[in-house]
Design a protein around this ligand. Structure first.
Ligand code: ZN
Ligand code: MN
Length: 257
């Protein structure tokens, strides 16, 4: 980690404006959620992790990390447990689209020409995509702004996944509050993890369709979709460093840094 401040909300507007003008840094916009993550992880896990990943990458490419959009699209039973959990606090699709559209347009107005939108909540992805698309339409093709959007876990390589999941990878949808997120939280925010409260129950087994209103009994009562028992900080560090290195390389490549 370098000593240079990476967080936009801790800079004065003058410092921010100078850096945008002189360094043309990549600016990161994490997009998370406020959503149950079992009894052992905090509600802000998706926001905390998308922010921490953004900060790790920003340190590698001299970037600036904007405050996260900290509420996400409605939690779905098969990937986030669903909307029936107390504490899960979600937005309508239109609100996410508008928040992304407005913030992207503002960064363009600041003179940002490299924006990296880091999604940390599975359900957000198409609404974030729509917000970026509408913002680019708003600002027009003469703007130099280019946007990279990623779900940070997509950077995980086969080699890393094999190391972290020796018994087989359950897939990112079921990886809710499970080994990946718990291990990353143990790396980035160990004080917020309660290992002693990790549930001991089998993985959720969903049919290939959804029902509305949802059958909440399909979802394990703890809110954890597959076991987090294999989580540890070493796996978290391995994932965090591989993702940050590879995301930094992708940013250098796409933005010619
Ligand atoms: Zn999550
Ligand atoms: Mn989520």
């Amino acid at each position: 980690m370098s000593d240079i401040e990476v967080r936009m909300d801790r800079m004065s507007w003058v410092t921010y404006a100078e850096r945008i003008k002189q360094e043309k840094p990549p600016v990161f916009l994490p997009v998370g959620a406020l959503e149950q993550h079992g009894p052992h992880l905090p509600l802000g896990t998706d926001t905390l992790l998308s922010t921490s990943v953004s900060e790790s990458v920003a340190c590698r490419v001299n970037g600036i990390v904007a405050p996260a959009l900290a509420y996400g699209y409605k939690s779905q039973p098969k990937c986030g447990g669903g909307q029936h959990f107390c504490g899960t606090t979600s937005l309508d699709a239109q609100s996410i689209i508008s928040a992304v559209r407005d913030t992207v347009r503002e960064f363009a107005r600041h003179g940002v020409d490299k924006l990296v939108v880091v999604v940390g909540h599975y359900e957000n992805q198409w609404f974030v995509t729509e917000g970026i698309d509408l913002a680019l339409r708003d600002i027009g093709s003469s703007s130099p702004l280019r946007v990279m959007r990623t779900e940070y876990w997509d950077f995980l390589t086969e080699a890393t996944l094999t190391k972290v999941f020796p018994d087989g990878f359950p897939g990112f949808a079921l990886e809710h509050a499970a080994v990946m997120e718990t291990s990353l939280m143990l790396h980035y925010h160990p004080a917020l993890v309660r290992l002693d409260l990790i549930p001991r129950e089998p993985s959720a087994d969903f049919p290939p369709y959804d029902m509305y209103p949802p059958h909440t009994e399909w979802v394990p009562p703890s809110g954890v979709l597959s076991s987090a028992l294999g989580a540890d900080a070493i796996k978290g560090k391995a994932m965090a460093e591989q993702v940050a290195d590879d995301m930094a390389a992708a940013i250098r490549r796409e933005f010619n840094l």
